[in-house]
Ligand binder design. Structure first.
Ligand SMILES: Nc1ncnc2c1ncn2[C@@H]1O[C@H](COP(=O)(O)OP(=O)(O)OP(=O)(O)O)[C@@H](O)[C@H]1O
Ligand SMILES: [Mg+2]
Length: 353
């Protein structure tokens, strides 16, 4: 799950989200990065439920459709996993050799994983060493979740070469685009339909990453329930459309804010944890960068800025990537930029040295 190179180059970053599939292929032009291909297709509701792909054929058809429509020839894919099957944690271990660490890691990891260790894929990265301790970033994902994702990709005739963690893909995307310095402390939030990935970074070091089960679909469900709307109507109302005439007029802001409060509470838990564990001299979080379709909710950025009293900005996954306006419509790109952060981060695994 950690960066160990992808062997041969050419790789498509494939983000299978619960509401849509996004694909990104990047290329190198001299020293700079270029967008080669981009695809984005919605999934029917209930195709992915609680992080599990229920309808493998639907997902593989959508993947095939994206590759066909955009004439993507690369078949090697880097996909991501997120949600409650994924555990990411910074752990501190006693000083030991690399070999000892490799041998004993799963034993050390066991106490941090709420699942049977036999049922998870485990990976780690040594982040720093001190005189008597090793600081290790651990990533674990339930094996059946990885198998499920791989199966959907293989059914579409593609090869799943790397399975990454969405929160790390988001981080890679941030590092490449923003080149942060140590001491720049930023909270990355990727608000999807079902999951919000949170990653707090000091420069390029992840201090704390977790996924919370809250996202855009929670707004839609609550609007449906409270106002008796269909899914499509609730999605439209959420995006700022007026209520349909058939519905008794009612302020929707309080309904929206109920979910925003839940979301802010999840962010607060993480921020509080950061504050409690911050090392001496480590500064406060300076800004929040927002990605994911859920971040496009009208007023959400302002709501979070007000709640946390720090600037909230829209994350730009193409900040350092050349995007040819003749090939990719600028209006369309502006519209979908927030959703593409993870796919760009996954695609970066194909162009790294
Ligand atoms: N303009 C908008 N205003 C409000 N919400 C929006 C807007 N556009 C998209 N969304 C919401 O964004 C969510 C989809 O975002 P995204 O594509 O990042 O999620 P996903 O990757 O499919 O899901 P997940 O990662 O949680 O499995 C949906 O809930 C959708 O309703
Ligand atoms: Mg997503």
């Amino acid at each position: 799950m950690f960066k160990k190179g992808s062997g041969k180059k050419n790789l498509v970053g494939l983000d299978i989200g619960s509401s849509s599939v996004k694909a990104v292929e990047l290329g190198k032009k001299g020293a700079s990065l270029q967008l080669v291909n981009l695809g984005f297709e919605n999934l029917q509701t209930d195709t992915i439920v609680d992080g599990q792909i229920m309808e493998l054929n639907n997902v593989s058809n959508v993947i095939s459709q994206i590759f066909n429509d955009h004439q993507i020839r690369t078949t090697r894919v880097c996909a991501g996993v997120s949600g409650h099957s994924v555990i990411v944690k910074n752990i501190v271990l006693p000083q030991m050799s690399q070999e000892e660490l490799q041998e004993s890691f799963s034993w050390h990891a066991e106490e941090h994983i709420p699942f049977d260790i036999a049922d998870v894929n485990l990976d780690y990265e040594l982040t720093s060493k001190s005189q008597d301790a090793l600081h290790v970033l651990m990533a674990a994902c339930k094996s059946d979740k990885i198998a499920n994702v791989k199966q959907a990709i293989q059914l579409a005739g593609m090869q799943p070469v790397i399975i990454d963690v969405d929160a790390f893909a988001l981080q890679n995307c941030y590092e490449m685009n923003y080149q942060p310095h140590p001491g720049e402390i930023v909270a990355l939030l990727n608000i999807g339909a079902a999951t919000m990935n949170i990653n707090i970074l000091n420069g390029t070091r992840s201090i704390f990453a977790r996924d919370a089960s809250v996202g855009g679909s929670q707004y839609t469900s609550l609007l449906q329930k409270e106002l008796g709307l269909s899914y499509e109507q609730a999605e439209a109302v959420k995006r700022g459309m007026a209520l349909p005439d058939s519905v008794e007029p009612r302020p929707i802001q309080p309904i929206i804010e109920t979910v925003s409060e839940t979301l802010a509470l999840e962010v607060k838990k993480t921020v509080d944890f950061y504050r409690a564990t911050a090392q001496e001299g480590e500064a406060a979080i300076q800004k929040i960068l927002l990605a994911g379709g859920g971040s496009k909710l009208p007023g959400l950025a302002e709501f979070l800025a007000h709640r946390f009293e720090i600037p909230v900005e829209v994350f730009d996954p193409f900040r350092q990537i050349e995007v040819d306006a003749k090939k990719f419509d600028p209006d369309y790109m502006r519209e979908i930029v927030p959703e593409m952060a993870v796919a760009v981060g996954l695609a970066l695994r194909g162009v790294e040295a």
